[in-house]
Write a protein that binds this ligand. Structure first.
Ligand code: ADP
Ligand code: MG
Length: 693
């Protein structure tokens, strides 16, 4: 329940003076919410400084304050002309220009001889070269000159709602901000020299210098930390709640050890670590929610398979859900033989299974003779019944909706959840995105992978690249040729991919395939199989090969319009090659001119193939915003915290949240009660993977 002290902040924005039906939607858009609180949390982005000067010393292009005497009013001679108020001081003349018919009213109020205090942008008229101010920001009686602020915060604005109106609303919201009991640890506050919450929010709205606008400003850091703490508390609470749910204990098994021993390779150190973390969770008898984060090809599936083998050894079932049919099939092919060798039956279930074959698989899952199910979303259809589902593995979890995950999990009474993600999240951000999960990272790749020679080329070099590709193909190489497919321009993108395939057919003959999302699944699989078996030399693809598809023989990756892809996406695409024994290469084709950022991004790709490092660099390069498509992965939309600029605070907030809950799980102490107000103030409802639990 929301504490009463916060009621004024949780009132609708329409309770702010001057917010009428026309303004409300605009303000709501700017504030990202319809509450007074949302307006209070708006941060000024800039500062306008006003210095008092004289007409003779006034600088063009600067916002200044002038003390003037009205000389005369010059009425518009024709429609469309402005009203001019000619003013003077001891040093010269300047005109105040008003369009929009304010004139008669102004003349009445400020007749010739009236003393004025005026502020606005000083310009030189293109018409008669005299000095002028168009629509002064301030025009008041000279006696009130002190009312004109020397430094004025500039707020985010929108068409029809200028910054100055937003500022007025923000200041009114500030008037309603109560003093709140301190929720931060006093020693920590003192060490940081941070103000109280109220002082900090007041300072946010009263910047006196540029330094106050920086993310490093003490008031801003304090407010950011509050927000991060509120979020981390929500995540930690969720994690605790889940931990108390019981789930079947799955013990490490000899069966899984035999499967592991039979693999044609040894697990990497990172895989061993991840497996033991997983096993630690699984045998605890509490519901696991773990994420394995690792680059494409880092060997996540193998780790999951061994956990599934443990489950099978204990008479329990597991299900692996993949976002596409091609991927489900590949996972199945990876798992099926090693498990079968130990007598564990796996079935593949996709949308294409029909009739008797499907019925047989469903029966095997229902009576438990099949211990492992691999499939697409076909896995959570109503007629799929498990005998004893205990472990759900979700590949590329961000590609599934919350409901799909929840429905699969609901098939087991209380199933352990293992998610696998090849979207590397920088370590600094891990806590904000996955704070409610346990995370294992596969930072080390299986040995023997050769670096992929990567270079960027302008489109004009296309003939050269095709010529070289022809040589390589003559020598037996296979290549992916990626064309972008963006939903906004889907039709033309698709046409471009088709045209590319057609032009490559002219060079390479029939050994060119085309695959895109619009193809029926069966046809996609057929083309993919042809490529995997080496019958196709060049596979033109929109981004369908992005996730996980494994074709070890392919050694060349050509990406068209690379500037249109995100860095993480480019990295994942490139990861499709370099899996076999051959030297691999990647060509990033771009349409010049490249922006500075795009140049840097392509440069990073040329220099490293460490997905975690790439993610970290991408974050640095782009600063704020949503550099990695994180919103998709449940990344929170902070209002006051900047996940990049304030990243040093994230881990501290997470530690603090854990500590607070460990000492006072019910938040019943004095500080606990203050912390509850903090949580209510930010009102976190964490999204993302956690919703499935
Ligand atoms: P991911 O799911 O992380 O993309 P996979 O589990 O599909 O990676 O593994 C990619 C490829 O690497 C597979 O062919 C797999 O058999 C192989 N592999 C996995 N672990 C190792 C290892 N420790 N040593 C050598 N090869 C490995
Ligand atoms: Mg994979």
């Amino acid at each position: 329940m929301r504490p009463e002290i916060l009621f004024p902040l949780f009132a609708p924005i329409t309770t702010l003076k001057g917010v009428a039906s026309r303004t409300a939607p605009l303000l709501e858009k700017v504030a990202g919410g319809d509450l007074v609180r949302d307006v209070l949390f708006l941060s000024p982005q800039n500062l306008v400084r006003r210095r008092q000067t004289t007409v003779a010393l006034a600088q063009e292009g600067q916002v200044q304050i002038l003390k003037l005497i009205v000389n005369d009013h010059q009425k518009p001679a024709r429609q469309g002309q402005p009203w001019r108020i000619r003013c003077r001081d001891d040093t010269g003349f300047i005109s105040l220009i008003w369009f929009k018919g304010h004139g008669p009213h102004l003349e009445q109020r400020y007749p010739p001889g009236a003393d004025l205090a005026v502020s606005g942008l000083v310009e030189r008229s293109s018409y008669d070269m005299s000095l002028q101010i168009v629509h002064p920001d301030y025009m008041i009686a000279a006696a009130r000159i002190g009312d004109i602020p020397e430094a004025e915060a500039v707020y985010p604005a929108t068409q029809g709602l200028p910054s100055r109106s937003v500022r007025r609303f923000a200041l009114e919201a500030l008037d309603r901000a109560p003093d709140l009991a301190e929720w931060q640890d006093p020693a920590w506050l003192e060490k940081q020299r941070w103000p109280s919450w109220h002082a900090a929010i007041a300072a946010l709205h009263a910047p006196a210098a540029e330094a106050d606008l920086l993310a490093e400003a003490p008031a801003r850091r304090r407010l950011a930390f509050d927000e991060l703490l509120a979020h981390q508390l929500a995540l930690a609470q969720r994690k605790r709640e889940r931990k108390i749910q019981a789930a079947p204990a799955i013990e490490p098994s000899d069966l899984a050890n035999r499967v592991e021993a039979a693999l044609p390779f040894r697990l990497t150190g990172a895989q061993v670590r991840a497996l033991s973390e997983l096993r630690g969770d699984l045998k605890a008898g509490q519901r696991m929610t773990r994420l394995i984060q690792g680059d494409v090809g880092s060997g996540k599936t193998v780790v999951a398979m061994l956990a599934m083998a443990d489950a099978a050894a204990g008479g329990l079932q597991s299900a692996l859900m993949a976002p596409t049919e091609i991927l489900a099939r590949q996972h199945f092919e990876t798992l099926q033989a090693p498990l079968a060798a130990e007598g564990v039956r796996a079935v593949l279930l996709t949308g294409r299974d029909k009739g008797a074959a499907r019925a047989e698989k469903l029966e095997a899952l229902a009576d438990g003779t099949a211990a492992v199910a691999v499939g697409t979303h076909a896995l959570f259809q109503d007629d799929v019944i498990f005998h004893r589902l205990a472990l759900t593995v979700i590949d590329e979890q961000h590609r599934f909706g919350v409901n799909e995950r929840a429905r699969l999990q609901a098939k087991g009474e209380s199933t352990h959840l293992l998610a696998m993600s090849a979207t590397p999240i920088p370590r600094t951000l891990e806590l904000t995105v996955f704070g409610d999960l346990d995370v294992s990272r596969l930072e080390q790749k299986p040995p023997g992978r050769k670096p992929i020679a990567t270079r960027a080329s302008p489109m004009s070099r296309l003939p050269e690249i095709v010529a070289r590709l022809r040589e390589a193909v003559a020598g037996g190489a296979q290549a992916f040729w990626i064309c972008p497919l963006v939903s906004e321009s889907e039709v033309s993108d698709l046409a471009a991919a088709e045209a590319r395939a057609a032009s490559l057919v002219k060079v390479f003959g029939p050994r060119v395939g085309l695959i895109h999302g619009k193809l029926p699944a069966a046809q996609k699989d057929a083309v993919m199989a042809e490529f995997a078996e080496g019958r196709l030399a060049v596979l033109v693809a929109t981004t369908v090969v992005e996730v996980g598809v494994n074709v070890p023989a392919a050694s060349i990756m050509i990406i068209e319009q690379a500037e249109r892809f995100g860095l993480a996406q480019l990295h994942q695409l490139r990861g499709r090659v370099g899996r076999g024994a051959a030297e691999s290469s990647c060509v990033l084709l771009y349409d010049p001119p490249l922006s500075e950022i795009a140049t840097k991004r392509l440069d990073i790709l040329r220099r490293t193939d460490d997905g975690f490092l790439i993610a970290e660099k991408d974050l640095e390069l782009r600063g704020g915003g949503d550099p990695l498509g994180l919103k998709q992965s449940g990344f929170p939309a902070y209002r006051l915290a900047d996940p990049v600029a304030h990243r040093d605070l994230i881990a501290v907030a997470a530690d603090d949240a854990r500590l607070i809950l460990a000492r006072d799980p019910d938040l019943a102490s004095t500080r606990g009660k203050a912390v509850r107000v903090l949580q209510e103030l930010f009102d976190w409802r964490p999204a993302g993977l956690s919703e499935a639990g």
